[in-house]
Design a protein around this ligand. Structure first.
Ligand code: CO
Length: 212
């Protein structure tokens, strides 16, 4: 059997399983979506948001790209963010990176990756802003994992600086921002950062990071 056919067969099985638990499962789901969470994660196939968080269809609105970047000029991310915050009224935005991230390793390496280098530029900037801390982490893989954490922090800063988040904070005191890191080695999520709504537009470059 060709590999892709396995996916279609599994889908049939999944539908039957859901219907056996609740005959109206799809009817209910089709009515509307009211997710509480916006997930910004890496495209890496080993970090499936729903599976690692035990969530069901309808619970997470998601955006994934290489190395979970919040790039202010990315119209794709911008549209997802606007829709999630303005229309779906999500309560939480989770930026979830992962140790062993190929995108972060590529950014840290001296190799060339074509168009990907353009995408990863922001991570190189984060590296240069925190060179000592990254170098002190140890070997290449440990340095990359330190940069993974710093990158998540940087993406939260980008969210704080966005006018969409600033507006929702000022008007509705939501969403709360979270920075998580997933470990490929043991499957566990580490809760790194949490930012409550509060920074006003005047204080845009002041950040209060509470313990998670
Ligand atoms: Co990755």
């Amino acid at each position: 059997m060709e590999s892709y056919k396995r996916l279609l067969q599994a889908n049939q099985d999944w539908v039957e399983q859901k219907l056996s638990l609740s005959p109206s499962f799809f009817k209910e789901l089709a009515k509307e979506q009211k997710p509480e969470f916006l997930w910004i994660g890496c495209s890496d196939s080993r970090v499936p948001a729903e599976e690692i968080t035990g969530t069901q269809p309808g619970e997470i609105f998601s955006h994934r790209n290489i190395a979970n970047l919040v790039n202010p000029t990315d119209i794709n991310l911008g549209s997802v963010l606007a829709f999630a915050v303005d229309y779906l009224k999500v309560k939480h935005i989770i930026v979830c990176g992962h140790y062993g991230c190929g995108g972060v390793k590529a950014a840290l390496s001296k190799n060339r990756f074509g168009i990907l280098d353009e995408w990863l530029r922001q991570i190189k900037d984060t590296y240069y802003a925190n060179q000592d801390e990254v170098r002190d982490a140890g070997d290449f893989d440990s340095q990359a994992d330190k940069l993974v954490e710093l990158n998540i922090h940087e993406q939260l800063r980008n969210l704080v600086k966005s006018q969409i988040v600033q507006k929702a904070w000022a008007e509705e005191r939501r969403p709360t921002l979270h920075g998580w890191v997933y470990s490929l080695n043991d499957g566990r999520i580490k809760n790194l950062y949490k930012i409550e709504p509060g920074s006003h537009i005047h204080r845009i470059y002041q950040f209060d990071f509470a313990a998670p």
